[in-house]
Design a protein around this ligand. Structure first.
Ligand SMILES: Cc1cc2nc3c(=O)[nH]c(=O)nc-3n(C[C@H](O)[C@H](O)[C@H](O)COP(=O)(O)OP(=O)(O)OC[C@H]3O[C@@H](n4cnc5c(N)ncnc54)[C@H](O)[C@@H]3O)c2cc1C
Length: 475
């Protein structure tokens, strides 16, 4: 079948297996040569694609058990976060860490070690998981946690599905007492003002900013809407079940023509969006859907970028000199005229994985000397500002993105693999240096022949011994 990531670039023709039990998944894996794994296809680029065979986890979609005292849910890796929200939110439970769409699978959330609007409080997905079960090519089904096969655990979070098929996840949910969110939106004239909100404003559990990326003048560069939010707690007193509903979705029925998206239409959209808030600050009680998952309201929204598809460019850079560095990056984007409707800024916290740093002090954990505070070995988050922008695929895009790569690299930053479809091996190895060697050592332990690989892993040198043995970077 023809298949792609959410950005619809690149598209490949391959075989997709969808086993409906862990046993049949193990059997497919043992009988297939080169392969990759797939969740709900919300990764943007080529991170799940393999030209020979792909194994989808969507058939492993059962809730297995839930402990009402601890909030720990054990479920198949093909369960979507939306299934968890629909079933558990009315009972007063929500995801401890959630990305900006709930249409991702548990396995995909683990493989990308996803982050949410509360990274500064909750860390990334690894921090909400007790254990995972993974089918590895060399050792079959294994349970991995900070105490058991810890190397596999930390390599699998952020490991882009390259260590084995995640088949079961034990995730800790958090208690909530309301389904609405108290949201405060602050209008910020420029980058300085929005950074002030992130660093010195009231401390919100959830925070994010939308940026108008086509403003060029120094005065308005980075003008934005900063949104801080807290769950309302209307049910705390009564202990009653929570009111819960989902809005009916709109749908984009066809691919927009290429000319529909140009710097003028993006400029118009940005201006309308920014000016919908007329006062300095607006307080509102909004639904969980509109606060956490605004894009989920529109089905197939990826079609607005046209049939050639699009890519999302997401990077993180350290806090030091961030205003100066982000200004330079935003100016480069604005001058290219290749702006994006959806430009999102967020401040990541310092500790990606407080749980793992505790585990590092536990004498039972003996594996390498990896700094476990980083979460997974290839996890994306690090302390600093992360900016995400969508770009339609067009011939002059790649030169712009290479220029941005250099700027991000010079700041000591890195790109997010879940969004990538074109980064070079050199850039990746430099941005993730110190992490790649640890990861490859562990991958070799569980997949010595490198059977699991994707277009992305081949491009980035994460499948090196598979084709190019002379470049092997592990022991
Ligand atoms: C609108 C939108 C908003 C987003 N917002 C955020 C955000 O705020 N924060 C964030 O971190 N991410 C965000 N993302 C990215 C998304 O959360 C991740 O790409 C997520 O991993 C997608 O999950 P999936 O089930 O669709 O996985 P897929 O796209 O199918 O696969 C993604 C990766 O996971 C691997 N994988 C999937 N399932 C398994 C499995 N069972 N076993 C082994 N490997 C597996 C694949 O091989 C691939 O490498 C967003 C994406 C979209 C479309």
């Amino acid at each position: 079948m023809l298949i792609s990531g959410w950005g619809r670039f690149p598209v490949i023709n391959t075989r997709v297996h969808t086993p409906d039990s862990i046993e049949s998944a193990a059997s497919v894996i043992s009988q297939t040569g080169a392969l990759s794994f797939r969740g709900n296809g919300r990764g943007y680029g080529d991170c799940s694609l393999n030209n020979s065979a792909m194994v989808s986890a969507l058939g492993l979609n059962l809730f297995e058990c839930f402990d009402e005292d601890s909030g720990v849910l054990v479920a198949g890796a093909g369960v979507l976060l939306s299934d968890i929200v629909d079933s558990f939110m009315p009972r007063g439970w929500f995801l401890s860490v959630s990305p900006g769409t709930c249409f991702v699978s548990l396995g995909g959330a683990v493989a990308c070690d996803v982050h949410g609007k509360d990274h500064h409080v909750s860390g990334s997905f690894i921090n909400s998981v007790e254990f995972i079960d993974v089918i590895t090519p060399d050792h079959g089904l294994l349970r991995a946690s900070p105490d058991e096969h810890a190397d596999l655990f930390y390599a699998t979070f952020g490991g882009m599905g390259l260590t084995g098929m995640i088949v079961r996840v034990a995730i800790r949910l958090k208690r909530i007492y309301g389904t609405s969110v108290n949201q405060v939106t602050t209008r910020c004239a420029n980058l300085k003002e929005v950074m002030e909100c992130f660093e010195h404003g009231p401390s919100w559990t959830y925070s994010v900013a939308w940026i108008d990326c086509l403003q060029r003048s120094q005065r308005h560069l980075g003008r934005s809407l900063f949104m801080g939010g807290e769950f309302a707690d209307e049910g705390r007193e009564t202990g009653a079940g929570l009111s819960f509903s989902r809005k009916k979705k709109l749908s984009v029925p066809f691919d927009f023509p290429g000319f529909a998206l140009n710097s003028m239409s993006v400029r118009m959209f940005n201006s309308l969006y920014f000016n919908r808030i007329t006062s300095r600050q607006k307080r509102a009680l909004v639904s969980w859907e509109s606060f956490f998952y605004p894009l989920d309201a529109i089905e197939n929204w990826n079609r607005i970028y046209g049939a050639r598809g699009f890519t999302q460019y997401q990077f993180v850079i350290p806090k030091e000199d961030a205003e100066y560095r982000l200004s330079a990056i935003l100016k480069t984007i604005a001058s290219s005229g290749q702006g994006s409707f959806l430009t999102v800024l967020k401040l990541f916290g310092g500790s990606n994985n407080p749980g793992a740093s505790r585990a590092a002090h536990d004498s039972k954990v003996h594996w390498d000397d990896y700094e476990q505070r980083n979460g997974g070995m290839l996890s994306f988050p690090q302390e600093g500002y992360t900016l995400a922008l969508d770009f339609a695929i067009r011939p002059d895009l790649f030169a712009l993105l290479e220029e941005l790569d250099q700027m991000v690299e010079q700041c000591g930053g890195r790109l997010y693999l879940a969004k990538d479809s074109r980064m070079s091996e050199r850039t990746f190895q430099s941005m993730y240096s110190g992490h790649v060697e640890h990861f490859l050592k562990v991958k070799k332990r569980y997949d010595h022949a490198g059977r699991i690989n994707t277009l992305q892993s081949q491009r980035l040198g994460l499948a090196i011994w598979f084709n190019r043995t002379s470049h092997v970077g592990y022991q």
